[in-house]
Design a protein around this ligand. Structure first.
Ligand code: TRH
Length: 400
């Protein structure tokens, strides 16, 4: 699917840019797309909006290529969109020639190569060393954000940079051009019609239909939800980018798979299989939908900026460590929702994360309140500030 140019998000506003700051980002892909998804977005913002010279070390170019199809997975080194990309062979490799940047970001606690850390210690001026943590809406995050810890052997200090959903945290990533890109998409019937044509081969559905995008891990609740959509009173148009839940959706329709670009229907449910796109294309999918099912970290954030109701399939952790994070996000997101709508949202999110069966009618009866809250929350979250901007400001204060 090609992205309509009017609504793509490219961070190219370099007002107040500082081209003299070099930044290295180290990214180890644990699984899926969130690790590289966040790092790539951050890299593009630091380069495009702040004018930094950015280099990313990433250990999985195949995962990266899914988000950025022009990437050459065979190359050890390449430059795309002005950003240098190194295929990182953990744990010792640190590029052909070790050149330590002014700002060094280790993403999600990945270990920096020991030779690189030793070179950081030898550098005339120690770099600003940041550990970019995973996002959580929990209250403790504000207390730990920007805490630092001295290296046990070297004269180096590492600072913990915590994304978050509330005041006093690092916030979440938001490109300067994002709101304008969304408005352009929403306000142009031609752009939306072109999007539907490119993504699904079909025109936009009738205004009365509910358009749902579905990006999720394997989920035992999906059959129940598909049944409710099939048997429900209103028409549901389901958009499923290729991924871990695609097989279950196809099986519900009695097929082993649904080819990209194909659609299938049962009762009041019509499902379209979509290609996995680049990141700007994924934003457009969120904007084309009324309700978005998202997962992990980055799509969870993008759904919030899309300002529509969403359902979060949180990344499951051992010992249910993810459940307090789910509730913390709900506490922020549902804070000013009327109590019955907040309770329905909480029930639905919990059911989608393993506790009970999702009740679509219960969710839908609060749609007006959920729609209003989604737009309001996007405004509130903007108040925390964009993560790339917050990070750049902190780093610059340390470089003075
Ligand atoms: O893929 P995720 O589940 O990623 C992660 C990882 O599992 C990670 O290890 C874990 O720690 C983290 O979640 C919490 O979900 P996420 O974070 O939403 O990343 C998906 C990325 O893929 C996001 O940048 C959006 C992008 N995307 C596209 O670019 N095109 C698409 O078509 C789709 C569906 C997604």
């Amino acid at each position: 699917m090609s992205s309509a140019p009017v609504s793509s998000v490219h961070p190219t506003d370099t007002t107040h840019a500082s081209t003299d700051i070099a930044c290295d980002i180290f990214c180890a892909v644990i699984d899926n797309f969130g690790d590289i998804g966040v790092c790539w977005r951050l890299a593009r913002q630091l380069a495009g909006e702040h004018g930094w010279q950015v280099r990313i070390f990433v250990d999985d170019l195949h995962a990266f290529q899914k988000l950025y199809p022009a990437l050459d997975t065979a190359r050890a080194r390449q430059t795309v969109d002005g950003i240098a990309i190194e295929h990182w062979h953990e744990p010792t490799h640190a590029g052909e020639t070790i050149e330590v940047a002014d700002v060094v970001i280790e993403a999600f606690g990945c270990e920096l190569p020991p030779v690189y850390v030793a070179a950081m210690a030898r550098r005339e001026r120690a770099p600003v060393w940041l550990n970019l943590e995973y996002l959580s809406g929990e209250d403790w995050v504000a207390d730990f954000h920007l805490r630092s810890s001295p290296h046990p052997r070297y004269p180096l200090v590492k600072t913990f940079f915590f994304p978050g959903l509330g005041a006093g945290t690092g916030g979440v990533l938001k490109e300067r051009t994002l709101d304008a890109a969304r408005a352009a998409f929403e306000n142009s019937p031609d752009t939306r019609a072109e999007w539907w044509h490119n993504a699904t081969g079909a025109p936009p559905p009738d205004a009365g239909a509910t358009v749902v995008s579905l990006f999720a891990y394997e989920n035992p609740a999906v059959d129940s939800l598909l049944e409710q959509w099939r048997d429900g009173a209103g028409q549901v148009v389901l958009l499923v980018p290729q991924g871990r839940i695609s097989g279950a959706v196809a099986r519900f329709f009695g097929a082993p798979s649904i080819a990209v670009g194909q659609h299938t229907s049962l009762g009041n449910l019509r499902a379209h299989a979509l290609a996995f796109t680049d990141q700007p294309g994924y934003d457009q999918l969120l904007w084309a939908s009324d309700i978005n099912f998202v997962r992990g970290e980055d799509s969870f954030v993008r759904a919030q900026w899309a300002a529509r109701p969403f359902v979060w399939h949180i990344y499951p952790q051992a010992d249910d460590a993810h459940l307090p994070k789910l509730d913390a996000a709900l506490a922020h997101y549902a804070a000013t929702l009327p109590a019955p709508a907040a309770a329905a949202l909480s029930r639905f999110w919990h059911a989608w994360n393993g506790a009970g069966q999702p009740d679509w009618a219960d969710f839908q009866q609060h749609r007006a309140a959920l729609d209003t809250r989604a737009a309001q929350w996007a405004q509130e979250l903007s108040g925390v500030g964009d993560l790339a901007g917050n990070l750049a400001e902190f780093a610059k204060s340390q470089l003075k």
